[in-house]
Design a protein around this ligand. Structure first.
Ligand code: ADE
Length: 224
């Protein structure tokens, strides 16, 4: 799967390009991330890409021209790319949406800064707006990285044999608790059943824990 990212801060993406699951996916040629510096598409010598809002008010707005030129350039390489704008006004990113997005061969992620982009970009150039939650962060880059990570995990080969089928939310419920060595630490004991070697009992215990955990921590999911 290919991700093209339009951003004023391409270096931020080294956080996922260089370490962890996404980086391994890139090494295995299952994923690629191409960052595009929006300033390269500016039409002035100061490399500005924003201007004051019509109607007045605080902040600056990202202009149509550089964003549209950049998207056109990307579409010359990947004509069928799905253009996603990261914004607090978008569809909420959930496990379900990450799975849907993982079916596309190519996503172009537009990262806003300042007050966001000129509305005409959203009307004309963007296929989908996606939000990572009901709060505002200072730009779309962190949101784009969250999206890339969560979508990449849904591509089975990226995780290898440690698949994402048991991730929290994969079945609409939370995960079961995990333990590793030692068996006892500071009087805290690993649940006996996990040491029993009896896989059917372990599976049953884990299934019970999934329900208990979800009831306890996420009533909203449990009552669905
Ligand atoms: N940009 C600013 N806040 C955001 C959010 N909550 N989700 C996605 N992009 C954003």
């Amino acid at each position: 799967m290919r991700f093209d990212v339009i951003t004023l801060f391409p270096d931020m993406f080294s956080a996922i390009k260089d370490e962890g699951v996404v980086a391994r996916g890139i090494k295995k040629s299952l994923l690629s991330i191409h960052t595009w510096q929006l300033r390269d598409f500016s039409d002035n010598k100061y490399r500005n890409v924003d201007d004051k809002p019509y109607g007045g008010g605080a902040g600056m707005v990202m202009q149509v021209k550089p964003i549209r030129s950049c998207i056109e350039k990307i579409k010359q390489k990947v004509p069928n790319t799905q253009v996603v704008y990261l914004s607090p006004q978008g569809r909420k990113l959930t496990h379900q949406l990450a799975t849907e997005l993982s079916k596309f061969e190519s996503l172009t992620l537009l990262c806003g800064r300042y007050e966001g982009v000129d509305e005409r970009i959203i009307e004309h150039d963007v296929d989908m707006e996606v939000s990572i939650g009901d709060y505002v962060i200072s730009g779309g880059e962190l949101a784009a990285m969250v999206l890339i990570d969560s979508v990449s995990r849904q591509i089975p080969a990226v995780l290898g044999n440690q698949d994402s089928l048991n991730d929290s939310f994969a079945n609409g419920l939370l995960d079961y608790p995990h333990y590793t060595r030692p068996e006892v630490i500071d009087n805290q004991q690993v649940p006996e059943v996990l040491l029993s070697g009896h896989q059917a009992n372990i599976d049953q215990w884990r299934a019970q824990q999934v329900l208990k955990n979800t009831q306890l921590k996420r009533q909203d999911l449990a009552s669905k």
